[in-house]
Write a protein that binds this ligand. Structure first.
Ligand SMILES: Nc1ncnc2c1ncn2[C@@H]1O[C@H](COP(=O)(O)OP(=O)(O)O)[C@@H](O)[C@H]1O
Ligand SMILES: [Mg+2]
Length: 321
């Protein structure tokens, strides 16, 4: 059974400068208990995709097309009141940067208990007990539950944020850059924790990151996003070892990789485009080493490479020479 289906999603921001096509015809799905990595440079529409699923877009952000289904529930047609029954209980999110926005004068345990009270009708004592349970679930030392944010390391604060996301036993958790700003060792610990929680709690997991190199151990599938579109999607193995899109290729070259110890990371020159006026044809063409005339003129459709692996490029695999 599919846990989540995103079909031809279009989410645009209407601002005074124009219409920002932040998510422009994005489709992907997630099976029960699966982990999907959503990867791309900053500004490619990852957070907007996650906020669309949670229906937590700011007023200028509008879902203009497509559908999002959680199991059989069509999230895209629910009213603001109806969506609240699903938010946190069915889908929850660890927000980008939220661990640095904790209330500095409130005990961590109280903040977790508060998250429980917000979403469930329980007494303060029940909420506190649940907070203790969640604290242990994310492998924080029980004795630290009365501590304040400044007494917690980055990794510990991120564990507390994950505990809050788990408050109502969601079916799907979306972690938006959950390991960014943590050092490499702690990153690995947080990813391991998310992976363990996904398996023990049998939930679906989406990990959003700009760093394609961190997803190998945790994700079943990876979707690569560029300029509001998914440009490649497939099993983690296919995306790492048999990727076909030049953008995926460049993303992999952009990070140090234990499998390529002698190569220095090579960042991609330039930056993702302004999504008010995205480039014609393939949106990656101005930065692509293999672009030809057709890439400027014609948007590439998805080519299927088998085993659920597909990519949007006129010259897929060109970097293989
Ligand atoms: N509230 C907003 N108003 C206008 N543009 C926005 C808003 N939020 C995001 N954007 C734009 O949408 C695009 C995608 O942003 P985002 O989804 O945050 O990307 P990512 O998470 O991949 O870094 C970017 O061009 C960003 O500037
Ligand atoms: Mg983001």
């Amino acid at each position: 059974m599919k846990l989540l289906r995103v079909e031809n999603l279009k989410t645009y921001f209407h601002i005074s400068e124009g219409i920002v096509k932040a998510v422009d015809d994005v489709s992907f799905s997630l099976d029960d208990g699966q982990c999907l990595g959503l990867v791309g440079e900053s500004g490619c529409g990852k957070t907007t995709t996650a906020l669309s699923i949670n229906r937590l877009l700011p007023p200028e952000g509008i879902i203009e097309g497509g559908e999002i289904y959680l199991e059989s529930v069509k999230l895209t047609v629910l009213s603001d009141v109806e969506i609240r029954k699903h938010r946190w209980k069915d889908v929850s999110m660890v927000f980008q940067g939220a661990m640095n926005a904790m209330n500095p004068v409130m005990k961590i345990g109280e903040q977790i208990a508060e998250a429980v009270v917000w979403h469930q009708q329980v007494t303060h004592q029940q909420a506190w007990n649940r907070a203790k349970e969640l604290f242990e679930l994310v492998e924080l030392e029980p004795g630290r539950i009365g501590g304040y944010p400044h007494e917690f390391s980055g990794g510990m604060k991120q564990r507390a944020m994950i505990a809050m996301a788990l408050a109502c036993d969601p079916k799907l958790v979306i972690g938006d850059e959950p390991t960014t700003a943590l050092d490499v060792m702690v990153q690995a610990q947080i990813l391991n924790l998310l992976d363990r929680l996904r398996k023990t709690l049998k939930m679906g997991l989406i990990i959003i990151t700009h760093d394609l190199s961190i997803l190998g151990e945790t994700c079943d599938r990876i979707a690569v996003m560029y300029a509001g579109k998914i440009v490649e999607i497939g099993s983690t193995e296919d995306v790492y070892d048999r990727h076909m899109h030049p953008y995926t290729h460049r993303l992999l070259m952009g990070f140090p990789n234990i499998h390529r110890p002698k190569l220095m990371p090579e960042p991609i020159p330039g930056s993702p485009p302004d999504l008010i006026r995205p480039p014609s044809g393939c949106r990656f063409h101005p930065r692509c080493d293999y672009a030809q005339e057709i890439c400027q003129e014609q948007e590439p459709g998805m080519t299927t490479a088998g085993n659920g692996h597909s990519y949007a490029c006129h010259f897929g695999g060109a970097f293989n020479g």
